[in-house]
Design a protein around this ligand. Structure first.
Ligand code: SF4
Length: 269
C-alpha cells in the first residue's frame, strides 16, 4: 500500500474508517468541502495563467472572482447533486476566500517591487509550481504538494486550506510528509513550510529534521498497525466524527444499526 497524509490521518481519526476506505476500498461520498477545495486550487492555477503583472489590486480581485465563478459554474451540476441546501452561501464565502488570497499575493508582489524589482519580474519571482506529485517506493509514501515556491534559492512548500479554523497543529504532519518526500527527491529539505488558510491567511510550519523524524515514526506506526486485512483489527473510534449536526461519516451505516446504537456506543466510550 502507498500511504499518504490522507490515509495516515484517516487511521488516526478512526482505524475502522481506514479499514473501510483503504482495505475494503469502499467509495467515499463527495462533499462540498472537498469539491470547493478543488475549485479553489483550480482558481489559483488559472490566476497565474491569466493575470497580468500590471494589474492593480481591484483588477486582480475582479479576475480572481471571475475565475471562481467560471470554475463554479463548470461544476454546478455536480455541486447540485451534493444535497447542500444553500450552495450560494458557499459561493459567496469562496469569493471572500479568493479576495483574501489575491490580497496576500498582491502585497507579496508589492514587497518585491519595493525591493527594486520591476512588476513583471516580481510576478515571475512569485509564480509557484502548482500541484506537484511526489512518490517514494522506498517509504511507500506519496503526496501532492499544492504549491512549491522557489525564490533566491529558498524553497517553500505550501498547502491550501479552506477549513474554518487555522489549526496549524492538525496539519503539521502533512507539511512534514511533503518535506520528507521533497528531500527524498531532491536530497535536501525545503527551507520553509506553510499552510495558506483562505479564511485566515498564511501560517508557518517549521521544517526541520525533527519534523521529518516525527513523520517517519508516525508512518512506521501506521504501517505496522495496518498490516492486517481483518476488520476486527481496526477498532471503531466512536466520537462526534461519526455524526455531527449537518452530516455523518460515510461509513456510519456500516458501523451502527441506528442512531440509538451509535449514542449507546458513544456513551460507553
Ligand atoms: S462511523 Fe465512526 S466508528 Fe464508523 S468508521 Fe466512521 S468514524 Fe469510525
Amino acid at each position: 500500500m502507498i500511504y499518504s497524509f490522507s490515509s495516515i490521518d484517516t487511521y488516526k481519526q478512526c482505524p475502522r474508517k481506514f479499514y473501510y476506505s483503504y482495505i475494503e476500498k469502499l467509495p467515499r461520498k463527495p462533499s462540498i468541502h472537498f469539491e470547493r477545495g478543488k475549485i479553489m486550487h483550480n482558481v489559483i492555477e488559472r490566476f497565474f495563467e491569466s493575470a497580468d503583472s500590471n494589474m492593480d489590486l481591484d483588477d486582480m480581485k475582479f479576475l480572481g472572482r471571475n475565475l471562481l465563478i467560471a470554475c463554479w459554474n463548470k461544476k454546478k451540476e455536480e455541486l447540485e447533486t451534493l444535497g447542500v441546501g444553500n450552495l450560494d452561501f458557499y459561493l459567496e464565502e469562496s469569493k471572500l476566500m479568493v479576495d483574501r488570497w489575491v490580497e496576500y499575493f498582491f502585497n507579496e508582489m508589492q514587497s518585491e517591487v519595493d525591493a527594486g524589482y520591476i512588476r513583471a519580474d516580481a510576478f515571475e519571482r512569485l509564480r509557484p509550481q502548482m500541484e506537484v506529485n511526489y512518490k517514494s517506493d522506498e517509504l511507500e509514501l506519496s503526496g501532492r504538494i499544492d504549491s512549491i515556491n522557489e525564490k533566491d534559492g529558498e524553497v517553500e512548500v505550501v498547502d491550501f486550506k479552506t477549513s474554518k479554523d487555522a489549526d496549524v497543529g492538525k496539519y503539521r504532519l502533512q507539511i512534514g510528509i511533503y518535506a520528507l518526500l521533497y528531500k527524498m527527491e531532491h536530497g535536501k529539505l525545503p527551507d520553509k513550510g506553510a499552510l495558506f488558510f483562505f479564511k485566515h491567511g498564511k501560517k508557518r510550519v517549521v521544517v526541520d529534521e525533527e519534523l521529518v523524524e516525527d513523520v517517519k515514526k508516525e508512518l512506521e506506526e501506521v504501517k505496522e498497525k495496518t498490516k492486517s486485512v481483518v476488520r476486527e483489527d481496526y477498532p471503531k473510534c466512536v466520537t462526534s466524527l461519526c455524526k455531527w449536526s449537518t452530516g455523518q461519516c460515510d461509513y456510519f451505516e456500516k458501523c451502527f444499526k441506528n442512531d440509538r446504537e451509535y449514542a449507546e456506543e458513544k456513551r460507553k466510550g
